[in-house]
Every structure is written in structure tokens, then in C-alpha cells.
Write a protein that binds this ligand. Structure first.
Ligand SMILES: Nc1nc2c(c(=O)[nH]1)N[C@H]1C(S)=C(S)[C@@H](COP(=O)(O)OP(=O)(O)OC[C@H]3O[C@@H](n4cnc5c(N)ncnc54)[C@H](O)[C@@H]3O)O[C@H]1N2
Ligand code: MOO
Length: 397
């Protein structure tokens, strides 16, 4: 058995380099920028008024001043500043050269075309040309484009961006006991959940998942499934990884020429785990117990997908204070389903009593996976511990 860290290093070594693709900016939200994007224009492109009011020369204050023109957004005033004058101006309009201040209309007394400034703002109320960005400024690659970056790139007049192609992840689950949701199981059968859960985890990490039809417990059925996965960036198999008579995945993978980087990991839940190169991509074999499959998906599949996208692979590890005493651990690194609460600097983490690797209700209630290293001694409430946060506010699309 190898450690979780060694297994993750093996898995990440299977990631092919991110592949570029050009997309229109309107389709770039949530994608990973792969090449720098360069501003095609300066913002603002002219000194712009930040308020509705009057552009004037500070040297002429307090006035009175003659209003000699109007500058509105999209309709600049074509004249030149003269001493003792002002321009009626609106938010976003160009401030004509020579005027160095905009006074809010609330602070002005106007009689016909003459104004007097009654209160003077401290700032100039002018946004200087280029104070946001200049033509040639770059948005650096290597991160996910969120709403703010999409807005920034649009303002920069960048219409297309080079992003990482989303990895195509094929999900294969098999077992004679499994039928899809929405069908009526025969005696001894259950509903297949792992394929949908792992596809959701893959999508969360930025991949495009494709779920194969549920394979039967026969070599031929699995061979058909492996064939259907050809060309994928990543094949994720779930189940059939253990030592039972019907656990066939390792044999079929070997037949396909997939050389396993490792097989067993000192991990709870999820000991039977395998990975290896497949074509230009990779294969990852996860255990079948539903919670084990998800935990391994979080620990290995999601980091592999993020590495394929050129992102920091993670998983994200945080610190919390233990909510209750815990007994000593065994030789495998343990990821316990836990709740998070508390309002101090560090949250308080409390593992659930039931850690059965088949109970999806417990996984669904969990806010975090509490990490207990191999042979971790007994711990007291209040001790600092590490955890992986589970709830994300990122909605996949
Ligand atoms: N003699 C031993 N038996 C087992 C060991 C062991 O070391 N020695 N390890 C146990 C552990 S731990 C796990 S985890 C499982 C892993 O087994 P497999 O990866 O071969 O998974 P399966 O046997 O195919 O399924 C396990 C369990 O999960 C259910 N399952 C499978 N696929 C799905 C699905 N798509 N949706 C919902 N549920 C699924 C399946 O019905 C089984 O109940 O092995 C232990 N045994
Ligand atoms: O390794 Mo199994 O994944 O503990 O349930």
C-alpha cells in the first residue's frame, strides 16, 4: 500500500498538458484562461466625468461662471475651455481639455446660463484617462474566468479568449445489481448512484462528463465499455475494484494495455484504487461503495481534472478546531464525514458518529472531510486538525 500523497503524485503525473481552444467571450465564463489576454483599448479612453453637474476650472471659483456648452455620454463637446466658463456635463461624458473639476449639480445655483458654486467637493469628480487600464495591459492566464474577469475582458475589447479545452471524462459503472434512476429494480437490485455523483464532481472541477450505460458483470460487457471510452481524456471506472469474484476491472484494464501506477492506497474509505495511462489520457479506477467513490473522486479525480486544465490541483486543505475527543487511528489515512460550525477565527469540526462508506445520507449532510493521518494518536476537543471543505457555492453549467 502507498500513501495518499504518493498516490496523488502518481495520479497527477498522468495529466496531459492543457490543450488550448479559442472561444467567444460570451462562452468563456467558468473556463480557464490559458494565454494572456491583451487590452485592445484604454479605459476610460478620455478624462470622464464621474458625476452629473458642471465642468469648470478650479482657478475660476467661486464664480459666477458662464455655461457655454454641454457634454453628454456619447456626445462630447467640441469646444475649448475658456476662463470664467463652465460646461453642463453628465456622468460618463468626456471632460473637455482645460477644465479640471466637475461640481455636482446639487452644489450649484443656476440662473439662466450663469452658475455659482455653493459647496465645493473635495475630489475633482474626474476619472482620468486610463485610470482603470491601458491598451496593452494583460490579464494573466492560469485561473478561472469569473464574472468580474468577463466584464474586464469585454471592457478591454477582447472578443475571443484562449482557454483550456474541458477534459472529456467518461464515467463507467458496472454491476448486475445496478439499474438507472427512474426504473423499477428487480429483487436484489439497487439504483445506480455513483455514476451520477461522480459525473457531478467531474463537472464541478471543470470537465465535461459522459456517463456510459451500466456495464454487466461480464468481461465482454466491460470490454465494450472500455471501447466506448476510447479517445477520452480520462476514463473513471467505479466499482469492481476489490477482490471479489465479480471484480473484473483490473483484469480488463490490463488486457487493454493499461499499466497500473499503483493499486492499493492507505486510505479510508477507498483502499482499492487504481490509476494508469490510457492512450493520450488516463484511467482512474475507484471503489464501488458510494461514499468511497465520492471521497476518492474528491481526493484524486478532481485534482487530476484541475491539473489537466492547468490549475492548482488541490484538494484545498483548511484548518479547524476539533469539536469532540477522538480515539487513535489505524494505519490508513482517514477522511471522516463531518459538520462545520462556530464563529471564531477557526471553525469547529465535528465528525459524524456513523462513517459507513455506503451511507449517502451522511455524505450529503457533511460540510467537510476531516483528515486524520495514519497512526494519528487520540485527539482532544479543541485540537487543531486539517479538513477538506465540501460545500461549494460554484454552480456548474
Ligand atoms: N474481501 C474483501 N472484500 C472487500 C474489501 C476487501 O478489502 N476485502 N474491501 C471492501 C471495500 S473497503 C470496498 S470500498 C469495496 C470495494 O469494492 P469494489 O470497488 O469492487 O465495488 P463493488 O463490489 O462493485 O461495489 C461495492 C458496493 O458498492 C455498490 N455499488 C457499486 N456501484 C454502484 C453504483 N454505481 N451505484 C450505487 N452503488 C454501487 C455495490 O452494490 C456494492 O454494495 O469492497 C469491499 N469488500
Ligand atoms: O475502502 Mo472501502 O472504500 O473503505 O469502503
Amino acid at each position: 500500500m502507498i500513501s495518499v500523497e504518493q498516490a496523488l503524485a502518481h495520479v497527477l503525473a498522468l495529466a496531459p498538458a492543457p490543450r488550448p481552444e479559442t472561444v467567444a467571450l460570451e462562452h468563456a465564463h467558468g473556463r480557464v484562461l490559458l494565454e494572456p489576454a491583451v487590452a485592445a483599448m484604454t479605459q476610460p479612453p478620455f478624462d470622464a466625468s464621474a458625476m452629473d453637474g458642471y465642468a469648470l476650472r478650479r482657478a475660476d471659483l467661486p464664480g459666477p461662471l458662464d455655461v457655454i456648452g454641454t457634454s453628454a455620454a456619447g456626445h462630447p463637446w467640441g469646444g475649448e475651455a475658456r476662463p470664467g466658463t463652465a460646461i453642463r456635463i453628465f456622468t460618463g461624458a468626456p471632460v473637455p481639455t482645460g477644465y479640471d473639476h466637475v461640481e455636482l449639480q446639487e452644489n450649484i445655483l443656476r440662473e439662466d446660463d450663469r452658475i455659482t458654486v455653493q459647496t465645493r467637493s473635495t475630489g475633482s469628480n474626474i476619472r482620468a484617462r486610463g485610470n482603470d487600464f491601458a491598451a496593452g495591459d494583460r490579464v494573466e492566464p492560469g485561473h478561472i474566468l469569473g464574472a468580474a474577469q468577463i466584464g474586464l475582458l469585454a471592457a478591454m475589447n477582447v472578443a475571443d479568449v484562449t482557454v483550456a479545452r474541458a477534459p472529456q471524462v467518461v464515467i463507467l459503472t458496472g454491476g448486475d445489481e445496478l439499474v438507472p434512476p427512474g426504473t423499477t429494480p428487480a429483487p436484489g437490485q439497487i439504483i445506480s448512484s455513483n455514476d451520477l455523483a461522480l459525473a457531478a464532481l467531474a463537472r464541478e472541477a471543470g470537465a465535461v462528463p459522459r456517463i456510459l450505460p451500466i456495464a454487466r458483470d461480464t468481461p465482454d460487457s466491460l470490454r465494450d465499455s472500455f471501447r466506448a471510452a476510447e479517445g477520452a481524456d480520462l476514463l473513471v471506472t467505479i466499482g469492481g475494484a476489490s477482490v471479489g469474484d465479480h471484480d473484473l476491472i483490473a483484469g480488463i484494464a490490463a488486457e487493454q494495455g493499461i499499466v497500473q501506477s499503483f493499486y492499493k492506497v492507505a486510505l479510508r474509505p477507498g483502499k482499492p484504487l487504481m490509476a494508469g495511462p490510457m492512450g493520450a489520457g488516463a484511467m482512474l479506477g475507484l471503489p464501488g461503495n458510494p461514499v468511497s467513490a465520492m471521497v476518492c473522486g474528491i481526493l484524486f479525480m478532481q485534482p487530476l481534472i484541475r491539473a489537466m486544465l492547468g490549475l492548482e490541483p488541490g484538494p484545498l486543505i483548511r484548518t479547524a478546531l476539533l469539536g469532540r475527543d477522538l480515539s487513535a487511528e489505524g494505519p490508513r489515512q482517514h477522511y471522516l464525514r463531518a459538520s462545520l460550525d462556530g464563529e471564531g477565527d477557526l471553525p469547529r469540526i465535528t465528525p459524524f458518529d456513523d462513517q459507513d462508506s455506503a451511507r449517502l445520507t451522511v455524505m450529503s449532510d457533511a460540510d467537510a472531510l476531516l483528515i486524520r493521518p495514519p497512526e494519528d494518536p487520540a485527539r482532544k476537543a479543541g485540537d487543531q486538525v486539517s479538513y477538506i471543505p465540501l460545500r461549494s457555492d460554484v454552480l456548474p453549467h
